[in-house]
Design a binder for this molecule. Structure first.
Ligand code: ADP
Length: 189
C-alpha cells in the first residue's frame, strides 16, 4: 500500500505513521526525520536543511525532491511506503506523481489528520518542553503553522479531486486515532 500522511505540525503524524507503517509492513519515510538525521551527522544536506528548519521554513523543493526520489528508489519501497511530511508543496505533489508514474505505480490513499489550531499549539509547546527540538520555539512554531496552512493544507483539495483523500480526526488518545486510521484505510489486523 502506498500512503501519504498529511496534517499540521503537532497533529501526531510521526506517532501514527510509525504504528501504521508497522501494521502495513512498509517503510515509514519521514522527510523531517531524514533531515534531522542529516543535521545530527553534519552532512552537507543537513547543513543546508538546518537553516530552513530552524526558521520554520520549508527546505527548497529541489533538495527535498531529490532526497525523496533517492529514498523511494530503494528496494524496500517496492511493496509500498508510508510517506510522512511529503509532499508539502504543489511542486512536490507533481514530483511525487511523476516518480510514481515512471514506475507505473500510484498512491492508494492520502490521509489527512485533522486537529484544531489550539490543540496543535498546545501539543507543540509540550513537545518543546519534553524534547527540546530546535524548531519548537514559540516563534518558529507559529511560522511552521502559517507555512502549513498557506502551502500544504490547500494540497488536500488536489487529492480530494482525485478521490484519494481520507480525513481522520486526530483528537483523542493515540490508540483512538490509530483505530480510526485502521478503519479508514481498511487495514486488516
Ligand atoms: P512538523 O510537521 O512538526 O513541522 P517535520 O519533522 O515533519 O515536523 O518537519 C520538520 C521540518 O523539516 C519542516 O519544518 C521543514 O523545514 C523540513 N521539511 C520536512 N519535510 C519537508 C518537505 N516535504 N518539504 C520541505 N521541507 C520539509
Amino acid at each position: 500500500m502506498r500512503v501519504v500522511l498529511m496534517g499540521p505540525p503537532g497533529a501526531g503524524k510521526g506517532t501514527q505513521a510509525f504504528l501504521i507503517a508497522g501494521m502495513l509492513g512498509v517503510p515509514h519515510i519521514s522527510t523531517g526525520d531524514i533531515f534531522r538525521a542529516n543535521v545530527t551527522q553534519g552532512s552537507p544536506l543537513g547543513i543546508e536543511a538546518k537553516r530552513y528548519m530552524d526558521a520554520g521554513e520549508y527546505v527548497p523543493d529541489g533538495v527535498t525532491n531529490a532526497m525523496v526520489r533517492d529514498r523511494l528508489s530503494r528496494d524496500d519501497c517496492h511493496a509500498g511506503f508510508l510517506l510522512d511530511g511529503y509532499p508539502r508543496t504543489v511542486e512536490q505533489v507533481g514530483e511525487l506523481s511523476a516518480m510514481l508514474s515512471s514506475s507505473a505505480e500510484r498512491l492508494d490513499h492520502v490521509l489527512e489528520l485533522t486537529v484544531d489550531l489550539d490543540e496543535v499549539v498546545s501539543r507543540l509547546v509540550m513537545r518543546a518542553a519534553e524534547q527540546g527540538r530546535s524548531d519548537d520555539t514559540e516563534d518558529v512554531i507559529r511560522r511552521r503553522l502559517e507555512v502549513y496552512f498557506e502551502q500544504t493544507a490547500p494540497l488536500t483539495a488536489l487529492y480530494e479531486a482525485q478521490g484519494l483523500l481520507v480525513r481522520v480526526d486526530g483528537l483523542g488518545t493515540i490508540a483512538d486515532v490509530t483505530a480510526r486510521i485502521v478503519a479508514a484505510l481498511g487495514i486488516e489486523q
